[in-house]
Design a protein around this ligand. Structure first.
Ligand code: NAP
Length: 295
């Protein structure tokens, strides 16, 4: 049971955690922080937060659990401001979509108190953002990856794990670097591709004509291009190494496809398409393997 949960950045991710814990009756009080008055107002109206504070100090005062759910680009500043406010009994976690940069910022700001920090990433979400997008069931039957550090205390790890399990998530542990490589492949690169394709088509003169004949597959693929641009800018910049490696590989493979089409090399196209179809029909379609999260 969490007595006081402090949420720094009350949007889809932080708001859904608060609503899930409240629904489960496992939190006494939620105190939240956001910069804009409309975000604060919505979080109160929707019952996500019991109290909204305008300063970080007031938000985390007396909290036993603190969640950082701000965009990746804001994490370092939040850690610096949070560091002098951390008490011995406070557990800290985050929801950032890439982990190495968050861990670096946490280590630099928290010093020894980094043992109270458990880096985390819920593999769940939608393309919507803000407190209005939050819902209590977001984490039900979804995976949450925790990337504990050598310094992380067992107590902190246990409490954070329990918190995510309370809202229905299955919790896994992974090394920081491994997390960032895996998520670059399954989430970050697909978002880049969707943003680029939709943006490219939207610039054409005949965009309405193109969209009129778009089939379901295009709608499925393009959905993630509705995601928040600031959040995705930050993710791309903070996990740049892993993303650039994959992007180079992707561009190399696209070059081979381009060449095959130019040379009318149907055998090469069949080989690539068949390999992908077999993978998609088997391993990529295995519910035990693939999380059915929306983002
Ligand atoms: P969101 O809905 O946009 O919420 C972000 C919250 O942070 C808002 O309350 C926003 O309110 C506040 N905020 C924005 N910039 C800030 C800043 N510079 N300082 C302090 N507060 C700031 O975003 P989200 O989808 O919940 O994502 C939050 C985190 O979870 C991100 O790090 C993201 O990478 C990660 N994540 C997202 C998903 C997903 O599918 N959405 C999935 C897994 C993990 P104000 O603008 O009013 O301050």
């Amino acid at each position: 049971m969490i007595n006081r949960l402090a949420i720094i950045g009350v949007g889809l991710i932080g708001g859904s955690l608060a609503l899930g814990l409240k629904k489960a009756g496992q939190v006494n009080e939620v105190v939240a922080y956001a910069r804009k008055s409309e975000t604060r107002q919505r979080a109160l109206e929707l019952g996500i937060a019991d109290r909204i504070e305008g300063s970080l100090a007031e938000t985390v005062k007396g909290a036993d659990m603190v969640l950082l759910s701000v965009p990746m680009g804001a994490m370092a500043d939040v850690f610096s401001e949070l560091a002098p406010l951390v008490t011995d009994t406070m557990m800290i976690t985050d929801a950032g979509s890439a982990k190495a940069q968050v861990v670096e910022a946490a280590r630099a700001a928290l010093g020894d108190k980094v043992s109270q920090f458990v880096p985390g990433h819920p593999i769940a979400g939608t393309e919507k953002s803000g407190p209005s997008a939050a819902f209590a069931e977001l984490y039900q039957d979804h995976r949450v990856v925790l990337t504990p550090l050598a310094e992380t205390s067992q107590k902190a790890l246990h409490q954070v794990k329990l918190m995510w399990q309370t809202v229905g998530a299955e919790v896994f542990e992974m090394a920081v670097e491994h997390h960032d490589v895996v998520l670059a492949a399954t989430s970050h690169l697909p978002h880049l591709l969707a943003f680029n394709l939709v943006g490219m088509l939207a610039q054409g003169d005949d965009v309405d004509e193109v969209l009129r004949y778009a089939a379901g597959g295009f709608k499925d693929f393009s959905r993630i291009a509705s995601s928040d641009p600031v959040m995705w800018r930050d993710i791309c910049l903070s996990n740049s190494g892993a993303i650039l490696d994959l992007l180079q590989q992707y561009q190399r493979d696209m070059g081979l496809l381009e060449q095959a089409i130019k040379q009318k090399d149907g055998d090469y196209l069949i080989k690539v398409f068949e390999r992908a179809k077999v993978a998609r029909d088997t391993r990529f379609n295995d519910p035990d393997l693939i999380d059915n999260s929306e983002v």
